[in-house]
Design a protein around this ligand. Structure first.
Ligand SMILES: *Cc1c(COP(=O)(O)O)cnc(C)c1O
Length: 227
């Protein structure tokens, strides 16, 4: 685990340096879905500070078991509105907001616990019917609607691009998300600047970093293949 983590960190650093970025502008999220508490603890003790989870029920147990560690938990999976109540109690950043309905529910639940919840808008940049995420053309409206919700703080965008073996084929989708973010920032729709780009997984994180990723979500390269 420690060796794999070190190797991932080194690759992140090299990819950032190769394109003239500060390696510290890229944060590593260790995606621990389906990985048992023992191995997640091992990762934390090896230096992981942000964990990513996809399922509320599973995350709840792990977060409770590992509550003595000063780590941050992010929700990266698809979120149903009826789970919003749990999500705002468990997670520092929710990557997968893709509808105004979900945003309103997260806002309502955050208000109840006096929290301003950090979120990202998930964009279905490849327009795949089987994937969640807002379409690029609907993102501006969603961004504007979300900006009116006092208990949500929008930080940027996340995407799960189409799958290809070759990261060079994924690169245009990463670039498209960055361009979308930059376009929306240039329009000054609100007084916040959206910095975060959550993109890049085990097979393609170097290309994502070269295209501007600030959060990379890596599971397999750290924990090994999932069962
Ligand atoms: C599982 C998952 C990852 C990590 O994928 P790997 O290929 O194992 O690195 C990243 N993001 C999301 C949303 C995931 O569901």
């Amino acid at each position: 685990m420690k060796t794999r983590l070190q190797s991932v960190r080194k690759r992140i650093e090299e990819a950032a340096k190769a394109c003239g970025r500060n390696p510290e502008s890229v944060r590593l999220i260790a995606v621990s879905k389906t990985i048992g508490t023992i191995h997640v603890r091992e990762a934390i003790e090896a230096g992981v500070t942000i964990l990513g989870e996809n399922y509320i029920q599973e995350a709840r147990t792990k977060i409770k078991d590992l509550s003595t560690y000063p780590v941050s938990w992010h929700f990266v999976g698809h979120l149903q509105s009826n789970k919003a109540k749990y999500a705002v109690r468990l997670f520092d950043l929710i990557h997968s907001v893709d509808s105004i309905k979900l945003a309103r529910e997260l806002n309502k639940q955050s208000k109840k616990i006096n929290k301003v919840q950090d979120i990202l808008i998930q964009v279905n940049i490849g327009e795949e019917s089987a994937k969640s995420g807002a379409l690029a053309q609907d993102t501006k409206k969603l961004f504007q609607d979300v900006s009116n919700l006092d208990n949500l703080a929008l930080k940027g965008f996340m995407t799960m691009p189409p799958f290809f073996d070759n990261p060079e084929k994924v690169r245009p989708f990463f670039a498209a998300l960055r361009e979308l973010r930059d376009r929306l920032n240039q329009q000054h729709l609100t007084n916040v600047t959206l910095n975060e780009l959550s993109m890049g997984m085990t097979g393609d994180f170097e290309a994502a970093i070269e295209e501007g990723a600030t959060l990379v979500r890596i599971g397999t390269a750290i924990f090994g293949a999932r069962k």
